[in-house]
Write a protein that binds this ligand. Structure first.
Ligand SMILES: [Zn+2]
Ligand SMILES: [Zn+2]
Length: 274
């Protein structure tokens, strides 16, 4: 009799153990959906994007919308070199030229590369600019926002996971006068495709995000997703079928936002730039 009772207890425990994780996943999903619909983010949180399933080949250099003087900063933030990024937007590229002409907002970017990234690419300075120039195409086209890389920097990334590496970036590079500080990493501890702070309102300093090197094309997609988090956007629920760069199901395959998220970017556009 006693034996039988204890067997039942064990079975009950096993059941509740197996049910609990499934329940909490369902609850998270529901919260994410609610979050999305009422858009009431009340405090800053960290959000990470998975890696792309497959490698996307690079499609040649990005179009640079405006010639810019770019400085390179050393790990202490001191100017190390100065270079000029030439505008490559030609009048042949009519769609982009029109989008560019319609841009009403310029935001400034400091793009930093960690030691592993710099070791892998001797042309890292132009590579990170190219990625930001690709990541801003949809912002320019759909929202008139032009991201301009004004500085690139040497970063030494620290941390045991993506979230710690993001907070390392914000510690190392806060207090500089750029709207966005975006990190590029090849750190083995960085397990995500990208990670960013989701702000409830204008951050009052730079907005921070980090992207893993996944080649220019996929990294640019991740960067667009992470910059969107910096504008306060949260995710569309996976499996919802909502086609939006903020839905994990489409993050690496579409470059646009769904109507609700477009509205949110318009509403929060004033957070950055002059
Ligand atoms: Zn995300
Ligand atoms: Zn969306």
């Amino acid at each position: 009799m006693n034996l039988k009772k204890s067997k039942i207890a064990a079975v009950t425990l096993a059941l509740s153990l197996s049910v609990a994780p499934a329940f909490s996943i369902a609850k998270d999903k529901a919260m994410e959906t609610d979050h999305h619909h009422d858009h009431t983010v009340t405090s800053t949180y960290v959000d990470s994007l998975p890696k792309a399933k497959e490698f996307a080949p690079d499609k040649g250099p990005a179009v640079v919308e405006k010639s810019t003087n770019v400085v390179e900063l050393d790990e202490n933030g001191k100017v190390k070199a100065s270079m000029n990024t030439e505008k490559t937007l030609s009048s042949k590229n009519t769609n982009k030229a029109q989008a560019k002409a319609a841009a009403t907002k310029t935001v400034t970017v400091l793009a930093v590369a960690d030691e592993e990234y710099r070791a892998a690419y001797s042309d890292w300075q132009t590579r990170v600019q190219q990625i930001v120039e690709k990541a801003d195409d949809a912002f320019t086209r759909d929202h008139g926002i032009d991201f301009q890389v004004q500085a690139v920097a040497n970063w030494s990334s620290q941390g045991g996971n993506s979230s710690q590496i993001l907070s390392d970036l914000s510690r190392d590079w806060s207090g500089y006068n750029y709207d966005f500080v975006v990190g590029f990493t090849r750190d083995a501890n960085f397990e995500a495709g990208g990670i960013a702070y989701v702000y409830p309102s204008a951050p009052g300093g730079s907005a921070f995000s980090v992207n893993l090197d996944q080649g220019v094309t996929n990294t640019a997609k991740a960067a667009q997703h992470e910059f969107s988090h910096n504008y306060g956007l949260s995710h569309d629920a996976q499996g919802s079928g909502i086609r939006c760069v903020m839905n994990y199901d489409y993050s690496y395959s579409v470059d646009y936002w769904h109507p609700g998220h477009n509205t949110q970017i318009q509403n929060n556009k004033s957070w950055y730039g002059n």
